[in-house]
Design a protein around this ligand. Structure first.
Ligand SMILES: [Zn+2]
Length: 278
């Protein structure tokens, strides 16, 4: 079983094009696709990907719309099956969002089938250890639901609020929080290893970190294998960060890493299946 635990989707080709082109222009980061659900389905088919986690987030003024769309496409309608049951919906909140309070938004979207939370502290401009997020973490622990957080360097090379150590006060108070640090800590590898050591329930995803793109933070195969062995292969999940990365290429990278066959199976799907209770 192959599970991509980190994808971003866009509702239409027009929206997708606008987002990826804007980021390319602003930060010089190339992309692989415009990222509509149907675009990704083709890659799933070609790469044998069974499920994918939509880690949706947006600026405050688009947050509610984005959350709504994320759960709407993955849940069955009144008399019809879900259009995209292969996608697992993670929604987002922020301490500065308007309208619903973060916990109210979580409650609301839980009824609509959300399966976890995604936050991007760098892009959403708040620290993981912002005390206003404590009710959110408490809610997640009470509902036994996971949170994926961007960690490390962002595509614009900024890392404010992205450093993995920012999670230490959170984990101190919520040691049971089912946290996934995305990108393996992107560039802050020593902090990643320290957190992995201290909090054995924290998981990690491979997005960007193993993609061999021209970022200063990309690991080569030897370095990636070394980091995975240090953290433990049972704690690392394949994530592509589609539509910026071609998931088929990342799967090939993982298959070519100098780690055991069993480790590859764990990373490509088994860990996510276990972690997400699929
Ligand atoms: Zn991402």
């Amino acid at each position: 079983m192959i599970i991509d635990s980190h994808i971003h989707l866009h509702p239409t080709e027009e929206v997708g094009k606008m987002v990826v082109e804007m980021i390319k222009e602003k930060h010089g980061v190339d992309y692989y696709s415009y990222g509509t659900p149907d675009d990704y389905l083709k890659d799933m088919e070609q790469a044998g990907i069974d499920k994918a986690v939509m880690v949706s987030f947006a600026p405050d003024n688009q947050l509610k719309n984005n959350n709504f769309w994320t759960v709407a496409i993955t849940r069955p309608g009144k008399n019809q099956p879900a259009k995209y049951p292969m996608f697992i919906p993670f929604i987002s909140v922020s301490p500065t969002m308007t309208g619903r309070k973060p916990v109210d938004e979580l409650e609301h979207k839980l009824k609509w089938g959300m399966k976890g939370l995604k936050i991007h502290p760098v892009a959403q401009k708040f620290a993981p250890d912002d005390k206003r997020m404590w009710p959110v973490y408490q809610w997640l622990v009470a509902h036994d639901l996971p949170i994926t957080a961007h960690s490390g360097m962002n595509i614009d090379a900024s890392s404010t609020y992205g450093e993995p150590y920012r999670w230490l006060p959170v984990l101190e108070d919520f040691p049971e929080l089912k946290l996934v640090l995305a990108h393996l800590g992107n560039g802050f590898w020593d902090q990643t290893v320290k957190i992995a050591d201290k909090y054995p329930q924290v998981m990690f995803d491979t997005a960007i970190a193993i993609s061999h793109i021209n970022a200063p933070t990309t690991l080569d195969d030897e370095e990636a294998a070394d980091l995975i062995r240090t953290i433990g292969p049972e704690r690392v999940m394949f994530g592509s960060d589609y539509p910026w990365i071609d998931p088929k290429k990342d799967i090939e990278h993982i298959k070519n890493l100098p780690i055991s066959q069993k480790s590859k199976e764990l990373i490509l799907g088994e860990n996510a299946r276990r972690f997400l209770n699929l």
